[in-house]
Unconditional design. Structure first.
Length: 124
């Protein structure tokens, strides 16, 4: 008889997944969403930069042509029962990470992720 898996109840919990646009990061984000978590899907592959002019040295250089995006992952999280929030963040930049955490702290006060700070997009 195959073993069944019941995910833990993560409603009311918040997770941040770096590199959430594809691969293991995407899988982890979606699994957390299935468990009911609010998942901040972060990375550099975004619809916000797709097609935008890029130059060498930009943190998003070469990523505008990717098929997978953090917004698509956030939509998958929401479709599976969680709350998906996308945020364009280069985790190699301490300032970008600090801004993300500061915005998360403001969100705790208001109860809602901001729509456009650092490229935030709440999946509908």
């Amino acid at each position: 008889m195959p073993a069944s898996y019941t995910p833990p109840d993560l409603h009311g919990k918040v997770a941040l997944v770096a590199g959430a646009s594809r691969g293991a990061g995407r899988g982890i984000a979606v699994a957390l969403g299935e468990a009911g978590a609010t998942v901040y899907c972060t990375g550099r592959s975004s619809r916000l930069v797709r097609g935008a002019p890029r130059k060498p040295g930009d943190s998003t250089f070469g990523l505008s042509g990717r098929l997978e995006t953090i917004e698509e992952t956030a939509e998958r999280v929401t479709a599976r029962g969680g709350i998906g929030v996308s945020a364009v963040v280069d985790h190699a930049s301490p300032g970008a990470v600090q801004a993300l955490l500061a915005d998360r702290a403001r969100t705790r006060q208001t109860g809602h992720p901001r729509e456009c700070h650092l490229g935030w997009r709440r999946a509908s």
